[in-house]
Write a protein that binds this ligand. Structure first.
Ligand SMILES: [Zn+2]
Length: 275
């Protein structure tokens, strides 16, 4: 064990079929590497129940991390979402008490081959889900690509109690605006690539108190496992990258980022690893 301070993977799609063949082995490895809590954000109405069951099964399994459910309608699947999904989401939140609403957000990325899919519908679904989070006093887990301005205005209007901007990759000014609204910024495997110099500069300038660790597994792997499926058990690579960039110990990064995340998700346990 390289550090006595446990870590939390604040963003991992452990419910994805990519983990069907070896999910328990992955969880065992997480535990061995000090990842004691994992937030699993469900992305569409079709996956809410499955993800909920997965998290329930892994609430109290010995020697495995605890899995915590977040539920939302992800902007990348905007074409699938139906208006009635929003009322179902509202009801589900009352029944199952997730730790957050997510993954929700805006994806305005475009390229030569890829155009923005239905931005008006994305904005409407995002806005309504922010209202649901507000109504239930829950934090939000936000996916944002190329849409920081509309995202920031909606967040400012809604006045939530906070959340995470997952895989943050904006400017220091945008980061500061999110921080002013009570948000934390999530960083993952990208940070482990030395070519991510802009992102690494950004992390250097941010206070550790505004940072949380995430893997986004099975996507976005770390440099040490490039080309492979990503795993929440690789979170220590992200922790170590933050430590190196900010010139602090890995243990300090684990301690502060875990406490940031626990405060946000209102976890009351404060256990440390026994050995
Ligand atoms: Zn995600």
């Amino acid at each position: 064990m390289s550090t006595p301070n446990p870590m939390m993977d604040t963003h991992c799609h452990l419910d994805f079929p990519d983990f069907d063949p070896d999910r328990d082995a992955v969880l065992e490895s997480c535990y061995e590497h000090g990842v004691l809590d994992i937030i699993v954000p469900a992305v569409s109405a079709a996956t809410w129940q499955r993800t909920r069951e997965l998290c329930q099964t892994h609430q109290k399994t010995p020697n495995r991390p605890r899995l915590h459910l977040a539920v939302g309608l992800h902007p990348m699947f905007i074409e699938q979402h139906q208006p009635q999904d929003l009322s179902e989401l509202d009801q589900l939140v009352s029944q199952v008490q997730p730790v957050a609403i997510g993954e929700i957000g805006l994806d305005f990325y475009r390229s030569n081959t890829h155009s923005v899919i239905d931005p008006d519908k994305q904005l409407a679904f995002f806005d309504k889900q922010l209202m649901i989070a507000k109504h239930h006093d829950l934090p939000v887990i936000i996916h944002n690509r190329k849409a920081h301005d509309p995202c920031l205005s909606l967040l400012a209007e809604t006045g939530l109690r906070g959340g995470i901007i997952h895989a943050f990759n904006g400017s220091i000014q945008q980061a500061q605006r999110y921080i002013d609204l009570g948000f934390l910024l999530g960083f993952g495997g990208m940070l482990t690539f030395t070519r991510s110099s802009k992102l690494r500069d950004l992390v250097r300038q941010l206070p550790l108190q505004s940072i949380v660790l995430e893997t986004d597994a099975p996507d976005m792997t770390v440099a040490a496992h490039r080309g492979e499926r990503n795993s929440p058990a690789y979170l220590h690579y992200v922790r170590d990258a933050v430590a190196e960039i900010k010139q602090v110990s890995a243990d300090e990064v684990a301690r502060v980022t875990t406490s940031n995340a626990r405060r946000l998700f209102a976890f009351h346990t404060a256990d440390t690893l026994s050995n």
